[in-house]
Design a protein around this ligand. Structure first.
Ligand SMILES: Nc1ncnc2c1ncn2[C@@H]1O[C@H](COP(=O)(O)OP(=O)(O)OP(=O)(O)O)[C@@H](O)[C@H]1O
Length: 367
């Protein structure tokens, strides 16, 4: 246990109808964040996940007070914060762009803010955090002598050392090598649990998001497409964007037409079961994850195909299957001991509740 680090009183973080418009003279304003609602429980860790430009960093910067809020509210506990300067918000920020002071060594950089606020055990706290993040050996170094991975750990330590009720991290582990990344990720999670920081992590990395977060907010085009646990998002995607963005290997998205309610035609001769109640004749995009597709048993509703490629990826295999009448091939994850030959014929199916139907135009889920 780290005696110098007292636990924080966990507080909820609430974003309500949050908007950001970037105004620039002579050009139309850019609407980067479009009415985000997010209720994060005290001590919860939420990952913001989404493609480049979807508004993740802008959202974080508005919470930190580094960017003005166009409209909407942000609350930490009961307190509304958009009118407060960054230093008065009770928020710890681990952003790469947040520069370290070059004249101070790492220890000085970490303790500076604490001492400025009159925290008595600042040095002990710095030592404790440095120890936890395995960076005690960096304390005497100056920022100019640090690698990008070391700078990143210092930025993380600087955010944690303040013991903030709310912690905001933007790509906190992106410069670490694979082994360090795993260790720091684990320690970050342990510290977060131990001290109860309500945390938002922005990341491009799905695995990082899935392993760190209690819940994920999947963003696209300045809006939240789905907010839920990894299982909820994986098993019950809100729309085609979420289904396509989350999951590795990627979900198969195929053209289809509802045949009878409860079955969908795929390719020239294929039929799959589906739990969707979409009406017969509806043109749809059919989503089936490689993990859910399997070889059909005799007499099951299925899609005939031919193996184009079979790859063995250690713990499982991946068969790429051509289906007559479909433009794209279908990827199926198989147990490692099922080896297929190129040219082999097979029939594929999937459980009805794992065959998702989406509107071909906007990608809305057809339930
Ligand atoms: N100061 C600014 N003025 C105008 N537009 C901006 C400004 N900052 C960001 N944007 C635009 O707002 C959109 C959202 O940017 P943001 O950095 O929040 O995205 P992001 O999801 O964090 O992306 P990335 O993962 O690439 O950092 C982008 O289209 C970006 O070009």
């Amino acid at each position: 246990m780290v005696s110098a680090l007292e636990t924080t009183t966990a507080k909820a973080l609430v974003l309500e109808e949050l908007h950001k418009r970037y105004e620039s003279r002579g050009r139309e304003a850019f609407h980067a964040v479009k009415g985000i609602d997010l209720h994060i429980a005290p001590g919860e860790l939420v990952a913001l996940l989404g493609p480049s430009g979807c508004g993740k960093t802008t959202t974080l910067r508005m919470i930190a007070g580094l960017e003005t809020v166009t409209s909407g509210d942000i609350r930490i506990g009961e307190r509304s914060i958009p009118h407060l300067p960054p230093g008065k918000r009770d928020v710890g920020v681990g952003f790469e762009s947040y520069a370290l002071y070059p004249p101070l060594d790492v220890r000085g950089n970490l303790s500076y803010g604490l001492k400025a606020r009159g925290v008595k055990d600042a040095d002990a706290r710095v030592r404790a955090i440095a120890d936890r993040l395995e960076m005690s050996d960096l304390l005497e170094l100056r920022p100019a002598g640090l690698s990008s991975g070391q700078k990143q750990r210092v930025a993380l330590a600087r955010a944690l050392v303040r013991n903030p009720p709310v912690l905001l991290l933007d790509e906190p582990l992106s410069h670490l090598d694979a082994a360090q990344r795993q260790r720091v990720r684990r320690e970050l999670k342990v510290l977060q649990r131990e001290f109860g920081y309500t945390t938002i992590v922005v990341t491009h990395d799905q695995l990082e998001a899935l392993s760190l977060a209690d819940r994920l907010a999947v963003m696209d085009g300045g809006t939240i497409q789905q907010f839920g646990t990894a299982d909820e998002i994986f098993d019950d995607p809100a729309n085609r964007f979420v289904a396509d963005f989350v999951g590795e290997p990627k979900i198969n998205l195929l053209e289809g037409t509802v045949e009878r309610t409860g079955t969908v035609r795929v390719g020239r001769d294929g039929v799959l079961p589906t739990a969707s109640r979409a009406a017969p004749g509806t043109a749809v995009t059919v989503g089936v994850r490689p993990q859910d597709a399997r070889i059909a048993r005799e007499g099951e509703t299925s899609v005939p195909g031919e193996v184009l490629v079979y790859e063995n990826v250690l713990e499982f295999g991946l068969a790429t299957v051509r289906v007559e009448g479909l433009d794209s091939s279908v990827v199926v994850q198989t147990p490692a001991d099922l080896r297929y030959q190129r040219g082999e014929s097979l029939r594929l199916t999937a459980p009805a509740e794992r065959v998702y139907l989406f509107e071909p135009e906007g990608g809305a889920r057809l339930r």
